[in-house]
Design a binder for this molecule. Structure first.
Ligand SMILES: Cc1cc2nc3c(=O)[nH]c(=O)nc-3n(C[C@H](O)[C@H](O)[C@H](O)COP(=O)(O)OP(=O)(O)OC[C@H]3O[C@@H](n4cnc5c(N)ncnc54)[C@H](O)[C@@H]3O)c2cc1C
Length: 834
């Protein structure tokens, strides 16, 4: 076995094999894959092999699309038939809401270039008469997907990898990882068969690897322990059953091609043909998590016993949909571990806190995702960035607060939710509340309906105070949901009066030390603020795209306070930590410390034309009348003030585009401050406001949001933010940003949309009949009384006044590109004195 390699891939399932293949294809000549047993002996061998293109996530849709295209090329390259059956995929809808879901998905699919067709119940019945259709509303059909033999496609990728120089060693288990400053020292044990079990032998080897990728499937909890990190990849039981041949199907097939993969999402199952019979794969309620603390040695390519009772409902609904299956007996069953993560997306990217350690874990659609994951992870490792933004899959989207119990319960929920309606305004109930700001109970008592961001409870909107528990669930829709008019009133309150937003979930870091200024100057693209002032700035990737957006507050000559999006606390901290360690290693005298202070500070944003009046009533100052005026407290500055008895780091910014302040306060004083503001706010008409209204308001100001307009697939110049990029200084990613040029540009559009719906920020943009871009945000504008969105189009379509169309609910709606900040373009309201 080789003992010195550029990259070591651990795990020989579909995922690891694809990564090894793609690393070699991307030009790394010295790649080795270690598998503790046989290739495909993990979950891969018993997968049903379906390749669903349908996915509501833009990044995952790209990954699946690549896989489907890539698998079709494998036979030509390797001579091995990957067993790809392009039979199509028919997703049926029993309800209007489900059709709305497909319409929203279809618009996203267009932005990725995925082909689909609509079918009516009559068309389905005419083509596939064994399928009962009278209770269907319609279906979406993907002619290009189908299913594949998971073992065959893995072996084909393995052969392709070997042909490209990859070494594959079986029966070697990785048992230890140690970072040695510039490489990993990986300890491996030779495994052997003993009485049907796989047992470690005394033979050990140590491999020196510059990079390591773990793709260990159901063994992820053990991998996490070996690496000393947290990883919420825990498997859940998943079963499918195979029936005896169905005589009606056998007869029909004599003169007809195979059925597409049938999906009755409302009944929570997929069905496909298998040797004259049917495979039924349900996503039932109550499937338990398994192997939270590791896979037992005795479990190899094993299965759990079938639990027929658990899938009875789905079984009966298959019989309803395909009546001929009623009299057909069961031939086979599979109940295997399928890895999940709390949000259902895999963990792909750098391991938290570690260098040159890459994770590819937690795959529930690993056969579908293997091709694309291999390609985009290899891009990330070899080129430094992938052409799609991989942030939504980044393992650091989960922080240190995440535990085994949380992951297991959330993964069970993610499994059960595979076929629920994927409302964009969905919030999932398991493991909540968990991370709460002190004011949580107060907000709840005032009608807050919470969403969960990085584990934090954050109000989405304030509904009725006596709302039943089901209120938010019942308020969800693909159109304007039951919550919509609450958000409208909240948005109006900020435009016309004053509102208070709990923004405690913001990620916050303190950066200080003699090297802090030079370090941050190098790491971010905007000029650093003077002491007491703030700036908006961006950290770029090596490719010049946006890695993180920070509001930087300069507290002192060598001390800064960085605020970034709440969902990205670990992602942002990990990055700054590693960068600061590199900085200190190169310049020990100019040391810098990065400290995550997120949980020390609560944040209330108070915004609206009456916000100054409200704060003036509670500020303690020698001259309260001027304490918050422009002279003593100008826009984009920070001051330490006292509100009643609470010391507050007040920052004069407002993400809503109105006069306003962010009040960063010691978290233990939050309830005191809340009561103070609420009491004083009564006479000013203070209204509590949630994240949904805030999201709409920021679009009226063209404020870009990280994870939407800002991400690793566009530079700040493409985001059209040149005013936040100081080209006179040197900063990380500058040359790459300049070399990239402007491939597409961020725009704000006002939309004459349907009377009952707004865009969600996933829709395709058209100029005439040509697709020219996509939305990345969407909502409703109270200032303009119509739908609003932000997105990316080619630079030629980004000129204000350009007429575009937005694809919503399967129709094209007029939209017009606005000048930046259509609401209050001069910022007169934000700068307002008083
Ligand atoms: C019943 C069922 C049906 C499914 N149907 C589908 C489907 O239709 N479509 C689809 O896309 N997905 C499906 N899946 C999911 C799919 O099987 C998985 O997502 C996929 O196989 C994951 O591949 P992987 O490479 O990540 O993991 P695995 O296939 O589990 O591979 C991980 C490998 O790592 C090895 N390993 C672990 N630890 C070490 C170590 N320390 N050293 C060396 N080697 C190690 C293991 O031995 C294993 O071979 C299904 C799953 C189940 C259970």
């Amino acid at each position: 076995m080789k003992t010195d390699v550029k990259a070591l891939v651990v795990g020989g399932g579909a995922i690891g094999t694809s990564i090894a293949y793609h690393l070699a294809r991307a030009g790394w000549s010295d790649v080795m894959l270690l598998e503790r047993d046989e290739l495909t002996s993990g979950s891969t061998w018993h997968a049903a092999g379906l390749l669903p293109l349908f996915n509501m996530s833009y990044a995952v849709s790209h990954i699946h699309d690549y896989s489907v295209r890539f698998y079709k090329t494998l036979e030509e390259e390797t001579g091995l038939n990957a067993g790809f059956y392009v039979v199509g995929n028919l997703r049926m809808a029993q309800t209007d809401a489900r059709m709305d879901e497909y319409r929203l998905y279809a618009s996203t699919a267009e932005t990725v270039g995925i082909h689909y067709e609509w079918m009516t119940p009559d068309e389905i019945r005419a083509r596939w008469p064994l399928v009962r259709t009278e209770d269907l509303k319609g279906a979406i059909y993907h002619p290009e997907d189908g299913y594949i033999n998971p073992a065959d496609v893995t072996q084909a990728m393995a052969k392709g990898a070997r042909q490209r120089g990859v070494t594959i060693e079986r029966k070697w288990q990785v048992d230890g990882y140690a970072w040695r400053g510039d490489h990993w020292q990986v300890t491996c044990t030779r495994m052997a068969e003993k009485g049907g079990n796989l047992v470690p032998t005394d033979e050990q080897a140590v491999v020196r690897a510059e990079h390591v990728v773990t793709a260990t499937g159901n063994h992820a909890p053990r991998t996490a322990r070996l690496l000393g990190i947290r990883m919420p990849a825990i498997p859940v039981e998943h079963q499918y059953i195979v029936t005896e041949p169905d005589p009606a199907l056998v007869e029909w097939r004599k003169s007809n091609p195979e059925h597409p993969v049938l999906r009755d999402a409302d009944a929570k199952w997929y069905v496909r043909e298998e040797r004259g019979g049917w495979i039924l794969g349900p996503y039932e309620r109550g499937a338990p998590a398994r192997f939270e603390y590791g896979v037992p040695d005795s479990f190899r390519a094993d299965l759990f016993p079938l639990d027929l009772e658990r899938i009875e409902e789905e079984y009966m609904s298959m019989i309803h949909r395909i009546p001929s299956s009623e009299t057909v007996g069961l031939k086979d069953d599979y109940n295997g571990p399928i890895c999940y993560t709390p949000d259902g997306n895999p963990l792909v990217g750098p391991a938290p806190g570690l260098r040159n350690m890459w994770l590819a874990e937690g795959f529930s659609f690993g056969i579908t995702a293997a091709g694309g994951t291999g390609k985009y992870l290899a891009d990330l490792m070899v080129e430094g960035e992938a052409e799609i933004d991989m942030a939504s899959l980044d393992p650091r989207r989960y922080g240190d607060w995440m535990t085994t119990e949380y992951a297991a319960r959330k993964n069970e929920e993610a499994y059960e939710h595979v076929y629920i309606l994927h409302h964009p305004d969905e919030e999932r109930p398991a493991c909540r509340p968990l991370r709460t700001a002190p004011c949580y109970d107060r907000l709840k008592a005032r009608g807050a309906q919470f969403g969960q961001v990085n584990g934090w409870e954050r109000p989405n909107y304030f509904g009725p105070v006596d709302a039943p528990d089901s209120f938010d669930h019942d308020a969800r829709s693909f159109r304007r949901g039951g919550w919509w008019h609450y958000a409208v009133e909240e948005a109006k309150a900020i435009r016309e009066g004053v509102g208070l937003i709990d923004a405690t979930a913001f990620a916050k870091q303190r950066v200080y030390g003699p090297g802090a200024t030079a370090f941050l100057d190098r790491m971010t693209c905007n000029r650093l603020p003077k002491v007491g002032r703030i700036n908006l700035t961006y950290a770029l990737t090596a490719q010049g795209t946006t890695r993180t957006e920070y509001t930087i507050v300069r507290l002192a000559e060598d001390e800064y306070y960085l605020v970034s999006a709440g969902g990205w606390q670990a992602y942002d901290h990990d990055y700054l930590m590693q960068a600061s360690q590199d900085w200190c290693a190169a310049r020990p005298a100019d040391w810098v410390v990065v400290q995550d202070v997120t949980t020390q500070w609560g944040v209330f944003a108070v915004a609206g034309p009456k916000s100054r009046n409200l704060l003036r009533d509670v500020v303690r100052d020698a001259d309260p009348a001027t304490a918050l005026g422009n002279k003593r407290f100008p826009w984009l500055s920070m001051r330490n003030i006292e509100l009643g008895m609470c010391p507050v780091r007040a920052i004069r910014v407002a993400y809503t585009g109105e006069l306003g302040w962010e009040l960063h306060h010691p978290v233990e004083m939050q309830n005191y401050l809340f009561d103070l503001l609420e009491g004083a706010g009564e006479k000013h008409g203070l209204r509590l406001v949630g994240a949904r209204a805030q999201n709409w308001l920021r679009q009226e100001k063209s404020y870009r949001a990280f994870g939407h307009e800002l991400g690793r697939d566009a530079t700040p110049l493409e985001a059209d933010l040149p005013r936040f990029v100081d080209m006179s200084k040197d900063f990380r990613g500058k040359q790459a940003m300049e070399a990239t040029g402007i491939r597409s540009k961020c725009v704000t559009v006002l939309i004459d949309g349907p009377p009952d719906a707004d865009p969600w920020g996933r829709e395709a943009l058209y100029a005439g009949n040509e697709r020219v871009g996509r939305l990345t945000s969407g909502g409703y504008s109270v200032a303009f009384g119509k739908s609003i969105g932000m997105g990316y189009v080619g630079p030629e379509h980004a000129v204000p006044g350009t007429k575009l169309k937005v694809k919503m609910l399967d129709a094209l709606w007029d939209a017009e590109v606005q000048p930046d900040s259509p609401y209050d373009p001069e910022n007169a309201r934000i700068r307002q004195d008083g």
